[in-house]
Design a protein around this ligand. Structure first.
Ligand SMILES: Cc1cc2nc3c(=O)[nH]c(=O)nc-3n(C[C@H](O)[C@H](O)[C@H](O)COP(=O)(O)OP(=O)(O)OC[C@H]3O[C@@H](n4cnc5c(N)ncnc54)[C@H](O)[C@@H]3O)c2cc1C
Length: 440
């Protein structure tokens, strides 16, 4: 007897075999495919679609170096991009602070879709990598991925010893591993493209503070700059209201930059993305690994997402097992995430302890070359040891405490008490966040 027809029958699957199946062809999936191919593996890259969403466009030198090592040179490939020397921080109402990368290293600004396009071109030149483009992985089990074309006309089964989940925030591989994917909403990002002449520091990532959320502005090409405006979650209505958005941020922006943003918002609707936090805790097991945003993701203020993801991919390709990879990345992946979350909160919060700590950070950056260097090594994901972040944090607390003691007679006692309580709460946060899951 014939089986009853299902509502949406799928045709008989075709089969493919590879050493490694990478699910997701975003920046990290592409780097994973290239890194495994370089290590001699036959790779199958399965990707749902080329996306043009608002996402990572600043690569720290760590990420730019990882690309160069894999033979992806943006200048040589003729891809529009711009070098970045570090960050220029604009505290509210004060002179900017310039934080260059250590040893003259350079980062790269490049529009997201151009970056992914360059990686896909590099993949197309590698015969060891088979690409299933326009295919969505729908089922993942140890040694096997089932993918269907986006129109569901074709099913492909890929058999592979190692499966890599590089499928971003809504990872199906993560779900197949049984890990929770419940991310915490943090804020929204509104993105526009402007002329780079409006940037205060053309060769740096400009970080403008003091508004409702930080604003990042950096070149992504000789004639183009990206502006990302962080909108707090409780002000989501601004995302669709350019007039109110601009009114809220203009007072903290240089006039030329504010005018350029106004022109861009008037010309077309901005790109919008949600910023979320999902802690990087679990990296996979038994032949199934996660890399990049599929492991976890944090606020993009520190622009560490792709650097961390590329390090995941390269480490995985050089590991003997998923367990070995997971152990290495659990140690190294936590510091950039803590730094991003901590700095975002420090810049956003208005309580007495946070305000004093923030002023101490600015003071340290202005007065100490060592503090600037340590910060940039952490930001650039060159330094990933928890003890290094711990030392930096302890120095900051000590500097902030000295400032409080020095000014104790100049301010009301209640303010001093609130400030010290605030320091206690930050110290508690740091201890909790940096020490939990240490041994896992
Ligand atoms: C507004 C914003 C700004 C940011 N700025 C920066 C920055 O300046 N620098 C930085 O380093 N990071 C930044 N980030 C973070 C950065 O974008 C991410 O860390 C990075 O894109 C992660 O890459 P990924 O390849 O892991 O995931 P993704 O980029 O999400 O790519 C996942 C890929 O998997 C595919 N896919 C999904 N599901 C399936 C499936 N079932 N089957 C097959 N394919 C699938 C998707 O089509 C996609 O191609 C920013 C993020 C945001 C939101």
């Amino acid at each position: 007897m014939r089986p009853p027809r299902t509502a949406d029958p799928l045709p008989a699957p075709s089969q493919l075999a590879a050493d490694v199946a990478v699910v997701g062809g975003g920046p990290v999936g592409c780097v994973a495919a290239l890194a495994f191919a370089r290590a001699g593996a036959r790779v199958c890259l399965i990707d749902a679609a080329q996306s043009s969403r608002l996402a990572g466009e600043w690569l720290h030198p760590t990420a730019a170096g990882a690309l160069a090592e894999l033979g992806v040179e943006l200048p040589a490939a003729g891809v529009e991009h711009a070098p970045g020397r570090g960050f220029a921080i604009f505290p509210k109402g004060c002179e900017p602070i310039v934080l260059p990368y250590v040893d003259g290293e350079l980062g790269i600004g490049c529009q997201h879709h151009l970056l992914v396009g360059a990686l896909r071109n590099a993949i197309a030149a590698r015969p060891e990598i088979a690409v299933l483009s326009g295919c969505r992985a729908v089922e993942v089990a140890r040694g096997r991925v089932t993918a269907v074309t986006v129109d569901r006309a074709r099913t492909v089964r890929v058999a592979a010893e190692t499966i890599v989940g590089a499928d971003g925030r809504q990872s199906v591989v993560r779900q197949a591993l049984g890990y929770s994917g419940a991310a915490r909403p943090v804020s929204y990002m509104v993105g526009v493209l402007i002329e780079p002449s409006a940037l205060p520091f053309a060769e740096y990532g400009n970080v403008l503070l003091g508004g409702p959320g930080p604003v990042l502005a950096f070149r992504v090409g000789p004639n183009r700059a990206r502006v990302c405006i962080d909108v707090p979650a409780d002000r989501v209505a601004w995302v669709r209201n350019p007039t109110e958005l601009l009114a809220a941020y203009r007072p903290t922006l240089p006039a030329a930059l504010a005018d350029a943003i106004a022109d861009a918002l008037a010309a077309e609707p901005p790109s919008v993305a949600a910023n979320q936090l999902l802690r990087r805790r679990r990296y996979g097991r038994a032949g199934v690994a996660l890399v990049g945003d599929a492991v976890g993701h944090c606020h993009p203020l520190c622009a560490v997402g792709m650097s961390v993801g590329f390090l995941d991919a390269v480490t995985l390709a050089g590991s003997r097992s998923v367990e070995e990879y997971a152990a290495a990345r659990r140690l190294a992946g936590r510091v950039p995430e803590l730094l991003s979350t901590g700095l975002y909160d420090l810049f956003a919060r208005t309580d007495a302890g946070s305000t004093e700590l923030r002023d101490a950070v600015y003071h340290l950056w202005r007065t100490s070359a060592a503090a600037r260097r340590d910060t940039m090594r952490l930001l650039a994901v060159r330094e990933t040891r928890r003890c290094a972040l711990g030392v930096t944090f302890a120095r900051l607390l000590a500097a902030a405490s000295r400032r409080v003691v020095a000014g104790v007679f100049d301010r009301p006692l209640s303010r001093t008490v609130a400030t010290v309580a605030g320091f206690g709460s930050w110290a508690g946060w740091f201890a909790r966040e940096s020490l939990t899951d240490r041994a896992r």
